[in-house]
Design a protein around this ligand. Structure first.
Ligand code: GUN
Ligand code: ZN
Length: 434
């Protein structure tokens, strides 16, 4: 790929903002530019400086007046749930049994999985998400389709076949042994191929026997650098059933701790209803509580208490959780996250929100040296954001007078229409403009 310059207003974070006035937490350049070469950001600075250091005949793509930011990162999403979104249920377990466990059975077929892999990455990119950590179905074929398509598109994607050997339909269960063997084969086929990363993925304690969690533990021991993704304490009835299935455990978190599944690369989806003891254990392990705001509201699961989680120094991430979640958009997700904090008298600043969806999630995944910022040397996964992308937004934008106000408008009213372009490893990749 030939080198090029992208010109626009640059925004990238260097640390988590302490508060809304923390201007040292980010880098903002009004007339900025990125020099892109070999799929990476070769340098980042003012347009004048970058233009000066590049060849005279280099292509310049001018994205002014729009914002150029690192692509969004979605650290908890379900690949086989594109047709589960918007399914009417009273709460989590009814939703899982009535719709989700029915739909996921269709991913046994390679053809079906391949079709949806294409649609899935189109939707992610349309919404400005360039990296995700995804649950595939129990079938290894679903993970093969996921990674094959991700590789073709040069995407950095984390994924895993779910391990689930009970409390689900027969066509959606594996065994402790087969889940171990299948995950191991996926690791050897896909982990580190292109930009793919395989995650060990026990769905949650309800759908895994103790024997299967032991197998997950064995995998984690054999492959300590892999991510582990699961669900934790999302819903009251789920917690009650979980504790019946694991009566020896101190609490829900203790189950995963017992099987050695809590580490710095463990992503705990939802993590809403936690005791102080559990928060302490998660913080000590360095595991990540992944907040899924649209899902938590849609399924009526509960309100994520960010202030309390922060007070316990638990690492946090924010994600869509499609198909429990209701939007692929990290902008819509940040809006709902803001409202959930509003209800708890906790004020989330837009500066912090945009850190969260980019560098924050990259740090949670341990990938901040590769993605999530505009730093030189990192992968050129980028988005171009238009804060006046709809008539409603354009009208409101007339009175916007600061970067903070602009970000707040984007998160409050923006969606896929706000994503003007998306670059994957330096290549323009918006599905509607290919
Ligand atoms: N817990 C176990 N599986 C799931 C799932 O697919 N979605 C959600 N939201 N919670 C879960
Ligand atoms: Zn989930």
């Amino acid at each position: 790929m030939t080198a090029k310059i992208l010109r626009g207003r640059l925004l990238s974070f260097v640390s988590r903002p302490a508060d809304r006035a923390d201007t040292a937490s980010y880098f903002y350049e009004e007339d900025g530019a990125l020099l892109i070469a070999e799929g990476r950001i070769a340098s980042c600075g003012t347009f004048q400086d970058i233009r000066g250091e590049a060849a005279d005949d280099i292509e310049v793509i001018d994205h002014r007046p729009h914002l150029i930011m690192p692509g969004f990162i979605d650290p908890h999403i379900h690949f086989p749930q594109m047709q589960v979104v918007s399914s009417y249920a009273a709460s989590l377990l009814e939703w899982l049994n009535t719709y989700t466990f029915v739909e996921e059975q269709r991913f046994a077929g390679r053809e079906h999985a391949e079709r949806f892999a294409g649609l899935f990455f189109d939707e992610l990119l349309r919404h400005g998400t360039t990296t995700a950590s995804a649950f595939c179905s129990v079938h290894p074929a679903s993970a093969d389709a996921f990674f094959e398509t991700a590789c073709q598109r040069k995407l950095m994607m984390i994924g895993g076949k779910v391990m689930m050997d009970r409390n689900a339909p027969g066509k959606l269960t594996d065994t402790p042994e087969s889940s171990y063997e299948d995950t191991k084969k996926l690791i050897s086929r896909w982990h580190g191929r292109g930009r793919s990363l395989v995650a060990i993925t026990p769905r949650f304690a309800i759908t895994s026997t103790p024997e299967q969690l032991e197998m997950a533990q064995t995998l984690a021991g054999e492959f300590p650098d892999l991510h582990i993704q699961t669900h934790l304490s999302e819903n009251d009835a789920e917690i009650e059933l979980t504790m019946k299935l694991y009566p020896e455990a101190k609490d829900y978190t203790d189950i995963y701790a017992h099987y050695g599944l809590l580490g710095r690369k463990t992503l705990l989806g939802h993590a809403i209803h936690l005791s102080d003891r559990e928060m302490g254990a998660i913080a000590e392990a360095g595991s990540i509580a992944v907040h899924c705001p649209t899902s938590n509201l849609f399924l009526g699961s509960g309100l994520f208490d960010l202030k309390r989680i922060d007070a316990h120094n638990v690492r946090v991430a924010v994600a869509t959780d499609i198909g429990g979640g209701t939007s692929y958009s990290m902008l819509r997700t940040l809006d709902e996250a803001y409202k959930i904090q509003q209800l708890q008298k906790n004020r989330l600043s837009p500066i912090e929100s945009f850190w969260w969806a980019t560098r924050g999630n990259a740090e949670a995944l341990g990938l901040e040296k590769r993605i999530g910022t505009l730093a030189a040397g990192t992968d050129a996964d980028l988005i171009v954001l238009d804060s006046g992308s709809t008539p409603t937004m354009a009208i409101r934008k007339e009175t916007v007078g600061s970067l903070e106000e602009e970000l707040f408008l984007l998160q409050t009213m923006g969606d896929d229409r706000s994503i003007r372009e998306v670059y994957v490893a330096g290549r323009a990749s918006h599905p509607d403009r290919r």
